[in-house]
Design a binder for this molecule. Structure first.
Ligand code: HAH
Length: 331
């Protein structure tokens, strides 16, 4: 990266932290880009339950520790992601021998898992933990999505998780994190869930807006309304997993092999508008994390269509700034 290129972390130092998701491969291949542009990291996968505790009584903090070491060496903050989720969680947590585990067993496992993990990372560079990820049903009138946690523990699994997390670390901000956070229907559900927690005096400090967006959705007005509604609860907001896909969610085309100039321009316009909204609401937003460092590697190359190239980030496949980067850094 040449010297003249601006650094996101400097441009935004008076607004919020600027983070990126990482894994051990990107920390190796993209280390200069990551260390020079960002001042916060989230482990893309390495702090998820399936990686940290694939087998009962066994913990594997090796890969995640290497990420924390990199953060330490480069003076970066860490967001912990994620303690309780219906996905990427090992099957043993839900079983008692050949049977389904009962409520008490699952609660005690949840408590132990949360305590062990948060105590292991009882380090001042952690400035937030996603305690519960994606608990809400996207459609229909049910508030919570089906999950083994809901099925066995019941609706209070979310309350218990936040209490266990607060017990484990009295100081760190605790987050509820979800996607489709700007869709009006889901926004109302997220608001309700978190407001009920606050009314019950459950320790929750913030809402994570994943911000997996694209060239058309969501509308800017819906993003503003979501930010304002969540901020009205008096909590911190983090943008936790941002990317701007070239494809709408239902677009399953596989024939696009390069990013056209028109698409790059449309994406730059969108990124510019999104960051302008973040700056406008910066008194509520403490941190904005992109879900990859560059187009070289990102999860959207496999999701929701396997093996389809996408170009959702601010830097290109050679880790050079895209038009989107220039739009985000000139204001
Ligand atoms: C996120 N889910 C997860 O929080 C993150 O941990 C993962 O690496 C990538 C995306 C987003 C999501 C989903 O799980 C299902 C459907 C749409 C979006």
């Amino acid at each position: 990266m040449s010297e003249e290129v601006l650094k996101l972390k400097d441009v935004y130092k008076d607004y919020f932290k600027i983070g990126t998701a990482v894994n051990l491969e990107t920390l190796e291949k993209d280390k200069d880009l990551i260390a020079s542009q960002f001042n916060s990291m989230t482990a893309e996968n390495d702090m998820k339950p399936i990686i940290l505790s694939l087998e009962e009584e066994k913990f594997n903090y090796g890969p995640a520790d290497q990420i924390v070491q990199f953060a330490n060496d480069n003076n970066m903050g860490m967001r912990g992601h994620t303690l309780v989720w219906h996905n990427q969680t090992p099957g043993w947590m839900f079983k008692d021998g050949d049977k389904k585990a009962g409520r008490e067993l699952m609660l005690s496992r949840l408590e132990k898992y949360i305590h062990t993990t948060m105590n292991h990372y009882n380090d001042s560079l952690f400035y937030a933990w996603d305690v519960v990820n994606e608990a809400i049903d996207d459609t229909g009138s049910h508030l919570l999505r089906e999950s083994p946690w809901l099925d066995t523990i019941g609706e209070d699994y979310i309350e218990r998780a936040f209490e266990f997390a607060r017990d484990a670390n009295p100081d760190i901000p605790l987050f509820y994190n979800d996607y489709n956070e700007s869709h009006p229907h889901k926004r109302e559900k997220i608001y309700k869930l978190v407001k009920d927690l606050i009314d019950k005096e459950i320790p929750v400090d913030g809402i994570g807006l994943q911000a997996h967006w694209n060239l058309e959705a969501p509308h800017l007005d819906d993003i503003r309304r979501a930010i304002e509604k969540y901020a009205s609860l008096g909590l911190k907001l983090h943008v936790t997993e941002m990317d701007v896909s070239i494809f709408n969610f239902d677009d399953r085309r596989k024939d696009l092999t390069t990013l056209s100039p028109e698409m790059e321009e449309k994406q730059a316009e969108r990124y510019g508008e999104f960051f302008s909204i973040f700056r406008e609401y910066h008194e509520y937003i403490d941190s904005v994390t992109l879900w990859a460092a560059s187009d070289r590697y990102n999860w959207l190359n496999d999701f929701p269509v396997e093996n389809r190239k996408n170009w959702p980030m601010l830097f290109d496949e050679a880790n050079q700034p895209k038009e989107s980067f220039y739009r985000v850094t000139s204001f």
